[in-house]
Design a protein around this ligand. Structure first.
Ligand SMILES: NC(=O)c1ccc[n+]([C@@H]2O[C@H](COP(=O)([O-])OP(=O)(O)OC[C@H]3O[C@@H](n4cnc5c(N)ncnc54)[C@H](OP(=O)(O)O)[C@@H]3O)[C@@H](O)[C@H]2O)c1
Length: 344
């Protein structure tokens, strides 16, 4: 007997990817239900070669659901995750609503899979921010080898990180510019077509943005509270795939060759690093793929024990949907969840 899985936010960018990945990985589900807002009640979404009809969240009965993959934004999660969890489903949430709650584990399975055991306090597990997920996958094996002191990262984040409205805005603005029409701006604070915007999420008192703060706080929670991290997060006119220029200072010596060899052996990583034109990965190639790609590994001689590299991944997959399903697999593989129907 398999599990009953509900995907809340199934009509969104991440929700659709979740349905695709559940099917691709043959997740042991007997039943998968698509849930969204009342707006899309009755609309159809693909699940492998089947079609699911979206149900409305506020009237859906979760009492026989085992796993709820939640990707409907922070406000919806704050209200609904505790209600769904109280009905006995384990909620794996993609928003930032629960990530910083000390009773909720924040998990990237390649880094801290064992932390899933901590779900019992609230029946909720949090997925990190998309830019944190790919970063910690790359940092973990390097940290194990040479102990990270400080990370300086600049991100180049695609518009799909801002949901389907973000993708629509880049599409609309690009078409408007080519047809000499007025460019309308709604989702982003400046024109995103043929531009870059150094501002993601709200500004904090210290001048950083919340997206930058999230990378710092989440890296500490998932990997090591002693790691110092400073980030600059930038939105770029790319549909799918986040890129990061990463500079790391270690306590112990590490060469570029050693870093490359360590990363090659690490789970979830593919190293493509030929020092020739095109011998690196760009978001265009990473879109639709599972790995975190590493390129441009080199020593930084301006600090002791410094390494710089380029890190690219599909933000809708490793940054969201894939990571959530890997968390569900970690629960299943450890025998931490039993199907309600089987238990009854
Ligand atoms: N995109 C990324 O790279 C990424 C990465 C990590 C985490 N996340 C997080 O994942 C979540 C979803 O992101 P997304 O990119 O998929 O956004 P999206 O494309 O805008 O989709 C949002 C989804 O939430 C549903 N929804 C909105 N309000 C709802 C309500 N009141 N009740 C029920 N469902 C509701 C929408 O349903 P309707 O179609 O009915 O409106 C839609 O299915 C967000 O919390 C986001 O921060 C995204």
């Amino acid at each position: 007997m398999g599990f009953k899985v509900a995907v809340v936010g199934a009509t969104g960018n991440v929700g659709r990817e979740m349905l695709a990945i559940l099917d691709e990985r043959s997740f042991p589900a007997d039943e998968v239900v698509a849930v969204a807002s009342r707006r899309s009640q009755g609309s159809q979404v693909s699940f492998g070669d089947r079609v699911l009809t979206a149900k409305a969240l506020d009237t859906y009965d979760f009492s026989d659901v085992d796993i709820c993959l939640m990707s409907a934004g922070g406000e919806v999660s704050k209200e609904w995750s505790p209600k769904i969890a109280a009905q006995g489903a384990i909620v794996i949430d993609n928003s930032s609503a629960w990530r910083y709650d000390q009773d909720v584990p924040l998990v990237v399975p390649e880094v801290n899979a064992e932390a899933v055991r901590g779900f019992t306090k609230k029946n909720i597990i949090a997925n990190p921010n998309c830019s944190t997920a790919q970063l910690v996958v790359a940092l973990k094996p390097l940290h194990d080898h040479a102990v990270i002191k400080r990370v300086v990262v600049a991100t180049y984040q695609s518009v799909s990180g801002a949901g389907k409205d973000g993708m629509d805005e880049l599409d609309r603005q690009t078409k408007a510019l080519y047809s000499l029409q007025d460019v309308q701006q709604k989702k982003f604070t400046k024109r995103i077509a043929f531009n870059v915007i150094p501002h993601i999420d709200v500004f904090m008192e210290d001048g950083y943005t919340k997206e930058e703060w999230k990378m710092m706080v989440e890296t500490k929670k998932i990997l090591d509270p002693k790691i110092k991290l400073t980030a600059t997060c930038v939105r770029v006119p790319v549909f799918i795939g986040h890129s990061e220029a990463v500079n790391v200072e270690f306590e112990k010596p590490i060469t570029a060759d050693e870093a490359r060899a360590i990363l090659r052996r690490a789970p979830g990583i593919v190293v493509i690093d030929k020092q020739e034109p095109g011998g690196y990965i760009t978001p265009h190639e990473a879109a639709g793929e599972d790995p975190t790609y590493i390129s441009r590994v080199r020593e930084d001689s301006t600090v002791d024990n410094g390494i710089s590299f380029w890190c690219v991944s599909d933000n809708l997959r490793k940054g969201a949907a894939l990571n959530a399903i890997q968390i569900a697999e970690a629960l299943v593989n450890r025998g931490l969840i039993e199907a309600k129907k089987k238990a009854a």
